[in-house]
Design a binder for this molecule. Structure first.
Ligand code: RIB
Ligand code: CA
Length: 315
């Protein structure tokens, strides 16, 4: 029985690899993609979502654009990490279709309202759309089956010593999201585990056997990718595929283990804005399940199997 998800994303190299995983995993049914500004501007994240979806066989999945700027702060992007297009060195056919009319937050709200308890909402970019959707319709938190983010960190940041990019890009939206009262809490897949999900040489060798999926998307995208937390790493040298972790956590829950925590987002700190201040003490009332361990070998077994499935379909 597959899990139906809506993925709110900012493609973005690792977002693109997450979409490719969703296309290949029998455990995932992608009901919609919504886009937000983050790694690159909204027009590019939206065009990339359309192009990647078409390339991996998800051309009928609706793509709906969302917020072009954070709630309060100026938009700051990461083209130095994801390249000017947002897909690193990958050059895909231009999308043949346009995004859906309307706004991402309405797509998310209306989809969840129409299927209460059935949709898992996943966010792999800044939480601007999710925060605004919660302000527009607070019942959204009770309508979804689960809520999963790639974001935050219980330890170190990557954009600053304190903050991970998705939270740092819009801390006010993230604060709304963590305080929204999700029945099962926020399932936070943060840097604590995603920095261990690295596309090693052996993994990239497997990608080389995956036809055009490997040669036109996976490898050229990863070739430029690095994480600011790896301040000495060369681009393409074992890059962490952060966002893929969020979708794999749904496809195979055994890959990650979690610790309940109270997560609060710092929005005022001159040096710590965007920090997910994570309290694991037993006396707290948790609002999140924080991923604290990853079975990395199993992660890549599941991920490469899904990519193989996409590659086989692409012929
Ligand atoms: O910190 C990593 C996260 O920020 C990933 O989602 C990446 O795509 C960027 O959005
Ligand atoms: Ca992302």
């Amino acid at each position: 029985m597959s899990t139906t998800i809506i993925l709110d994303c900012d493609p973005g190299i690792d977002d693109a690899l997450a979409i490719a995983f969703a296309a290949g995993s029998p455990e995932i049914e992608l009901a919609g993609l919504t886009t937000v500004a983050g790694n690159v501007e909204l027009a590019k994240t939206t065009a990339n979502a359309l192009a990647v979806a078409a390339f991996v066989g998800l051309g009928s999945v609706p793509v709906t654009a969302g917020c072009a700027t954070p709630l309060l702060r100026p938009a700051l992007h990461a083209a130095h990490v994801h390249g000017d297009t947002g897909l690193g060195g990958a050059v895909l056919p231009a999308p043949a279709r346009q995004p859906e009319p309307g706004h991402a937050i309405d797509f998310i709200i209306e989809s969840a309202a129409a299927a209460p308890g059935e949709i898992t909402l996943v966010a792999t970019g800044p939480l601007t759309n999710i925060g605004l959707a919660l302000r527009r319709e607070p019942r959204l938190a009770s309508w979804v089956r689960d809520f999963v983010i790639m974001g935050g960190s219980a330890s170190r940041g990557n954009v600053s010593p304190a903050a991970e990019f998705n939270i740092w890009a819009d801390p006010e939206a993230a604060a709304i999201v963590f305080a929204a009262g999700w029945p099962s809490g926020v399932r936070m897949i943060g840097l604590d585990v995603t920095l261990l999900a690295r596309a090693t040489g052996a993994v990239q060798d497997r990608m080389r056997t995956l036809g055009e999926l490997g040669s036109l998307l996976l490898l050229p995208a990863l070739a430029q990718y690095f994480d600011s937390a790896d301040d000495s790493a060369e681009p393409g040298a074992e890059p962490p595929v952060h966002d893929v972790c969020a979708i794999v956590s749904i496809a195979d829950p055994s890959v990650f283990s979690y610790t309940p925590a109270l997560v609060q987002v710092e929005t005022q700190g001159r040096l710590t804005a965007g920090m997910t201040v994570t309290d694991f003490t037993k006396s707290i009332i948790p609002n999140a399940r924080v991923a604290t361990a990853i079975a990395a070998d199993r992660f890549w077994d599941v991920t490469l199997d899904a990519y193989q499935s996409v590659a086989s379909r692409m012929g």
